[in-house]
Write a protein that binds this ligand. Structure first.
Ligand SMILES: [Cu+2]
Length: 318
């Protein structure tokens, strides 16, 4: 009972969410650009809070309280770009899924003065969930940046690139899914002759009732997952790098096969130790992630903090 009440308290804190994240930096040519230089400053640039109303215009770029413009970066079709995650901690620590969309500014319209309205958005990249009938895992969890390819078939021109992480930890009631959104402005050069699609509008693409948005990811554990939004363009998937599914090891899956949220309190150590620690030489600062299913970073907290379990997907240095 004691462990259950402690866990409930932790989950309540997590749901209130004093710490979330944003996408301030566009990554161009492998380098991080200045925060909010090419990414439109979002409403949550200071408080980091998510957008939760998919019927709001803010589901587009989340800029209603800001200027909604930035500088425009030049990127070549076929090149790799990305976004960094900033927050407390600076990674996608909530379990959830990721989509990246683009939209072409109408000819004659400077993308810096374009709001992205209309059925103009197509998806170029996604990191979905993996449900195998026993467990569900979220490979995007814990990423401190994402990188993806501008499709080489994309025609040259000015575009918005919209990234969204849909956090699903409290998504079992309508409006519970948390959208972490940002839009960057780019000028695509050396483009191709493709016709991107299917096209969707924001708002419009989501009702909030999609099975991948209105979902209890904990119990009963979903046996399948449907990624929100249209399929990735181009259909071959050549437009995006493969999702980091290879980081899900057999031992991690095995270690969670019997888990329910209410029974994982004593499993923090086994879950984190089964992660493939890629940076075990470093210590994690206060509030940083130190464990969880799919997490591959350091599990050692900086003194005097210790690694505390939030849920099967997230342990934090406190
Ligand atoms: Cu949060």
């Amino acid at each position: 009972m004691k462990s259950l009440s402690v866990l409930a308290a932790v989950l309540t804190l997590a749901a209130k969410g004093s710490a979330h994240y944003t996408w301030p930096q566009l990554i161009v040519g492998g380098s991080n650009t200045t925060a909010w230089q090419y990414v439109r400053e979002t409403n949550n640039w200071q408080d980091l809070n998510p957008m939760v109303d998919v019927t709001s215009t803010d589901v587009r770029c989340y800029t209603s309280l800001e200027s909604g413009t930035s500088s425009t970066a030049t990127v070549a079709a076929g090149s790799t770009v990305g976004f960094t995650v900033d927050g407390n901690p600076s990674n996608l620590y909530h379990p959830g899924v990721l989509n990246v969309y683009m939209a072409k500014a109408p000819s004659g319209t400077d993308v810096a003065s374009w709001d992205g309205s209309g059925s103009v958005w197509f998806k170029i990249y996604e990191i979905s969930a993996i449900a195998n009938g026993v467990t569900i895992t979220f490979p995007a969890t814990g990423l401190s940046e994402i990188q993806f390819t501008i499709p080489s078939a994309l025609p040259s021109g000015q575009y918005l690139i919209r990234t969204e992480h849909i956090a699903l930890h409290v998504a079992s009631s309508y409006g519970g899914a948390q959208f972490y959104i940002a839009c960057a402005q780019v000028q695509v050069t050396n483009g191709g002759t493709g016709t991107p699609g299917p096209l969707v509008a924001f708002p419009g693409a989501y009702t909030g009732y999609e099975p991948g948005i209105l979902i209890d990811i904990y119990y009963p554990i979903p046996t399948n997952y449907t990624q929100p939004g249209p399929p990735v363009w181009p259909a071959s998937g050549s437009g995006g790098a493969a999702p980091p599914t290879s980081t899900i090891t057999t031992s991690q899956v095995t270690s969670t096969t019997t888990s329910k949220v209410t029974s994982t309190t004593t499993k923090a150590t086994s879950t984190t130790s089964s992660s493939t620690g890629s940076s075990t030489g470093t210590t994690v600062p206060e509030y940083g992630q130190c464990g969880g299913q799919g997490y591959t970073g350091s599990t050692a907290c900086a003194s005097p903090f210790t690694c505390k379990l939030t849920n099967q997907y997230y342990s934090q240095c406190l």
